[in-house]
Design a protein around this ligand. Structure first.
Ligand SMILES: Cc1cc2nc3c(=O)[nH]c(=O)nc-3n(C[C@H](O)[C@H](O)[C@H](O)COP(=O)(O)OP(=O)(O)OC[C@H]3O[C@@H](n4cnc5c(N)ncnc54)[C@H](O)[C@@H]3O)c2cc1C
Length: 395
């Protein structure tokens, strides 16, 4: 469907005003590397091996991709990014992205860290949302077992109860602090117990407003129905529904698992079908805005534009607190900063954590930014356009 744009996403001066010339040149270098699948895969392989062998590569990673896509290794180190974004009316969502906790102690440490992001966000307009990933709080194999309804040992029952308690602590504190918390969506074979627990928390903590948000991966064929069902359940139990809508990040893994295990691939058969489902999901949320709060987590310009049009049709002001836009730090600045300049509510996921533990996150960003995935050429075009504009304006 053709739509009349409300916001111009191609204003690169606005998009990159927060970056110095030096930072912009570095961004150009990074996206030029990841644009080549072969170079990107050699570079990520070398980085992984270098860290594993304790070679002095950390400084190089930190000064390049880490600095581009992450706030820092700690919340304190992320302060500069929080302040910079805030100057341009873009909020921060501190995302503790260290992956690899496998023990109960590790899951407890991650919980404490997420609670610290809530402390940091309390009463802080620069940090309008918080977020966590369930697999940082519980063993993936246990979630798989729970979803497939396998019988659990008493130890496993106890571990699952600990997961429940960790999530409860986070959501309770989010409610006390009046800071919304989003639960990331993950692989389809572990998602049901995450959903169930998230809805239990919504029922408890979303009585006055949406504090707990679930994530809807619209690349899944069942997701539009899941969203509608979630809305009906929220209506039935009279609570607010918090929706973070994304397309979904694990398409290849989903296809591989479906083939290996012999069940139909749960992902839509084409990009167009995913896009259609995503845009219908946006319309459903705006149609039901009395009960639904929406976080549109996307770099897709059409979807972001479409959401501004839907808001206009429903006479919603750009800064209506029920609708937010979010992108990842270091990506789609043209959407984030142009939306924010036009008065819409925008926030960036700002990942942080020790370099070695954030590597899986960085590798995912590198692979989704290869020219195969198509995102990096979009980023590169914008960055080069702005570099040229700055050069011309100086000459
Ligand atoms: C703020 C934020 C939070 C996020 N949180 C999560 C999360 O909790 N869980 C999660 O899984 N992801 C999450 N993501 C990642 C997200 O799911 C997407 O992978 C990423 O944003 C790219 O999609 P897009 O909407 O930005 O745009 P686009 O670049 O337009 O879309 C790319 C996406 O389309 C889908 N797609 C591509 N090709 C096909 C095909 N052939 N058939 C079917 N579908 C296809 C895939 O989902 C792919 O990622 C988040 C992203 C953002 C910006």
């Amino acid at each position: 469907m053709h739509i009349q744009p409300n916001v111009h996403f191609d204003d690169t001066e606005v998009a990159f005003s927060y970056k110095s010339d030096k930072e912009l040149k570095k961004a150009n270098f990074i996206f030029s590397i990841v644009n080549h699948p072969a170079i990107s895969s050699v570079a990520t392989g070398l980085a992984k091996a270098g860290l594993a062998l304790h070679l002095p590569v950390k400084g190089l990673i930190k000064a390049t991709v880490f600095e581009h896509f992450c706030g820092g290794e700690t919340i304190d180190q992320s302060e500069r990014t929080i302040q910079t974004l805030s100057r341009f009316h873009v909020g921060t969502i501190l995302d503790f992205s260290a992956e690899g906790a496998h023990t109960e102690e590790g899951f407890d440490r991650t919980t404490e860290e997420i609670l610290k992001t809530l402390d940091k966000a309390k009463g802080n307009p620069s940090i309008p949302f918080t977020v966590f990933k369930s697999t940082g709080l519980v063993n993936i194999d246990l979630l798989t077992k729970v979803q497939s309804k396998e019988s659990l040992s008493s130890e496993e029952h106890e571990a699952f109860q600990h997961f429940h308690d960790r999530v409860e602590r986070i959501c309770k504190k989010a409610h006390e602090y009046n800071v919304p918390v989003m639960v990331d969506a993950e692989d389809s074979w572990i998602q049901n117990p995450i959903d169930e627990l998230t809805y239990e928390m919504m029922k408890k903590y979303n009585q006055q407003r949406a504090i707990v948000f679930n994530t809807y991966q619209m690349y899944r064929r069942d997701m539009l129905d899941n969203l509608r069902n979630a809305y009906h359940t929220a209506t039935m139990h009279n609570y607010f529904l918090g929706v973070k809508m994304v397309r979904g990040a694990y398409m290849e893994k989903e296809a591989e698992s479906a083939e290996k295990m012999g069940y139909p691939n749960p992902i839509h058969p084409s990009k167009e079908a995913t896009d259609d489902s995503f845009n219908k999901g946006l319309a459903f949320c705006v149609d039901n805005k009395q009960r639904v709060s929406l976080m549109c987590g996307s770099h897709n310009e059409y979807s972001n534009q479409y959401l501004t049009v839907l808001m206009g049709k429903h006479s919603m002001k750009p800064n209506d607190q029920r609708v937010w836009f979010a992108q990842l730090l270091g990506m789609s600045d043209n959407s984030s900063f142009n939306l924010a300049k036009a008065g819409y509510n925008v926030a960036k996921y700002v990942p942080y954590g020790p370099v070695e533990l954030v590597m899986p996150y960085l590798i995912r960003r590198a692979s989704e930014n290869t020219s195969v995935a198509g995102q990096s050429s979009r980023e590169l075009t914008m960055i080069r356009k702005e570099l040229a504009r700055r050069k011309n304006s100086k000459s």
